[in-house]
Ligand binder design. Structure first.
Ligand code: 5MM
Length: 341
């Protein structure tokens, strides 16, 4: 496998394959497990993730890489095989979330700044040794009638750019994730407001990436789609696709090899339908795929329900969602395929 950043970046988004975001921090995975009344322990987290990573068909055909939480990068399956080896054996690339979370931003009420830059160079060297070839950092941008502020967008964009430069020096492809929240509070913003905020955020992010001398060919962008807030009316699939493509074309240079969307609180089927419609648009200058957390995992988590006898059922659900999203990454998903399954 090539170790050039540009080649790894293309491998992450090409061929209708996409990324599995399995990097839930300990507090987020606890929330997910609460929905199935399962206690979050090192062992239950291992069992759940082993179920996903050992879904052979899904991993080989549809998943180009997995974003891991630090604990999982060095964790072993029940039989002692390192997770990194299982992921690699399926032809998929191990990656790691390296930010330490979005924290309240001083003097900016209701906004956050993502932390984790101190000592990041040394951590990246260790993650590279452990097998990670890409990383992820998520900046969170709140949307309301008065937010975000320019100060918070600028600070988050600068942190994303510093992180991306450090990754590239360490031989690791940075996933740059500026998430303009669909499901923040109050979440009643219109698609127009989302479009305006996403466009100005991406402009600032690319300014900061240029100032930080980040090589655009050796990175992946992980943006939100342009969509109504979770508590607002729902625009049609065609409108979400059209408006998302318009904003991305206005802001993302074609030198960026790939865009891998987050799902952000959309239902599993919405996230697939939107991705497929986006990929049906003409003349996209980048490869466009998924980097979903909830939209790939929700149904698998429910089917597994924390029980060893349900591993195969969980894997079937995961494989189905991965296949549907792979079709969407080629613009060829159809609703009937869901019903048929
Ligand atoms: C899987 O969730 C990721 C980690 O979240 P926390 O740091 O809060 O635990 C998250 O960053 C994720 O990678 C992206 O937001 C995409 O996930 P969704 O569920 O929005 O597709």
């Amino acid at each position: 496998m090539s170790e050039r950043l540009e080649d790894i970046a293309v491998q992450m988004v090409a061929g209708g394959r996409g990324l599995l975001a399995a990097d839930e921090s300990t507090s987020t995975i606890k929330k997910r497990f609460d929905t199935i009344n399962l206690e979050s322990t090192e062992t239950s987290r291992r069992d759940y993730r082993e179920m996903l990573f050992r879904s052979d068909d899904a991993m080989k055909k549809y998943i180009s890489g997995v974003i891991l939480f630090e604990e999982t990068l060095s964790q072993k399956a029940a039989d002692g095989t390192p997770f990194v080896d299982i992921i690699r054996a399926a032809g998929s690339i191990p990656g790691i979330k390296v930010d330490t979370g979005a924290k309240p931003m001083a003097k900016y009420p209701a906004e956050t700044i993502t932390e984790g830059l101190d000592g990041l160079g040394e951590r990246l060297a260790r993650y590279y040794e452990a097998g990670a070839r890409f990383a992820k950092w998520r900046g969170v941008i709140a949307i309301s009638s008065t937010l975000p502020t320019r100060g918070s967008v600028r600070a988050n964009a600068q942190a994303l750019a510093r992180y991306a430069a450090l990754c590239q020096e360490a031989g690791i492809v940075p996933i740059v994730e500026p998430e303009c929240l669909m499901d923040g509070k109050p979440g009643d913003h219109t698609i127009d407001r989302c479009s305006e905020v996403t466009e100005s955020t991406l402009r600032i992010v690319f300014e900061e990436l240029a100032d930080a001398r980040v090589n655009l060919e050796g990175m992946i962008l992980k943006p939100n789609m342009v969509i109504d807030g979770k508590n607002a009316r729902k625009a049609s699939v065609a409108e979400v696709a059209e408006r998302t493509v318009k904003v991305l074309k206005a802001t993302v240079p074609p030198a960026v090899p790939g865009i891998a969307f987050l799902s952000g609180g959309q239902t599993t089927e919405e996230a697939t339908a939107h991705l497929s419609a986006i990929n049906s648009s003409a003349d996209l200058p980048w490869l466009v795929t998924f980097s979903y957390g909830r939209a790939l995992q929700d149904s698998a988590l429910k089917a597994w329900n924390g029980k060893p006898e349900n591993v195969a059922a969980g894997q079937r659900e995961f494989t189905h969602r991965a296949e549907m999203n792979s079709l969407a990454a080629k613009g060829s998903w159809k609703k009937d395929l869901e019903k048929a399954a």
